[in-house]
Design a protein around this ligand. Structure first.
Ligand code: AP5
Ligand code: MG
Length: 189
């Protein structure tokens, strides 16, 4: 199994780079944002609880996202998983490592797309014109970025201690970043 996590602040390109990663390595894409938005569309209990939190640009509770991640991992994967937007808190790191260990596997690498805030805001405001995402507006984008710095950055420390963090400069064209990610992964796998 090859399990990877694509990590970084809102707008760094996690979803964009996931497209090539799942194709190249045959991985199952687990985007926590997509799973949550799906729950909202389906008006499930989790979706009803998550909606106003997402609209405020805050993180949904660890208990709710854990239910979704467990459910998805239980379905299995032939070659491995690509985690996008998970883990996002230190507790979620412990939870993910625990679930993977129970399945006799582990996270191979966390790809950290380092991107300056000014570029993130530009990209998200541009996407806001077409995305239809309720959290793509200036006020919520700023909140999401704050939440990332306060609650999500510690994820890097957790995996650094375990020698699993690979930093990639997230500035450049989409194919340029794809190439950098691929080159980095070739040296690991
Ligand atoms: P989520 O959906 O994960 O949103 P996010 O992390 O804010 O990130 P985005 O999806 O907005 O950005 P991205 O990094 O995927 O970039 P993208 O490729 O789209 O989460 C949404 C919410 O759900 C959270 O705020 C939280 O409330 C909740 N949630 C999710 N996971 C959770 C968890 N684990 N725990 C608790 N709560 C959770 O690119 C962005 C734009 O830039 C696109 O338009 C793209 O085309 C463009 N772009 C990408 N790369 C480039 C490039 N190199 N050059 C130019 N443009 C580019
Ligand atoms: Mg995304």
């Amino acid at each position: 199994m090859l399990n990877l996590a694509i990590f970084g602040p809102p707008g760094c390109g996690k979803g964009t780079q996931s497209d090539f990663l799942i194709q190249k390595y045959g991985l199952i894409h687990i985007s926590m944002g997509d799973l949550l938005r799906n729950e909202i569309t389906e008006k499930t209990d989790i979706g009803l609880k998550a909606k106003s939190i997402i609209d405020q640009g805050l993180l949904v509770g660890d208990d709710l996202v854990t239910q979704l991640i467990e459910r998805r991992i239980e379905k299995g994967a032939e070659k491995g998983f690509l985690f996008d937007g998970f883990p996002r808190t230190t507790l979620q790191c412990y939870i993910l490592d625990g679930i993977l260990a129970n399945n006799n596997t582990s996270l191979k690498a966390l790809i950290n797309l380092e991107t300056p805030e000014v570029i993130l805001i530009q990209r998200l405001l541009e996407r806001a014109k077409i995305s239809g995402r309720s959290d793509d507006n200036e006020e919520t984008i700023i909140r999401r970025l704050q939440e990332f710095k306060e609650k999500t950055l510690p994820v890097i420390d957790y995996y650094k201690k375990r020698n699993k963090v690979y930093n990639i400069n997230g500035v450049g064209t989409i194919p340029e970043i794809e190439q950098k990610v691929q080159k980095q992964l070739e040296s690991i796998i």
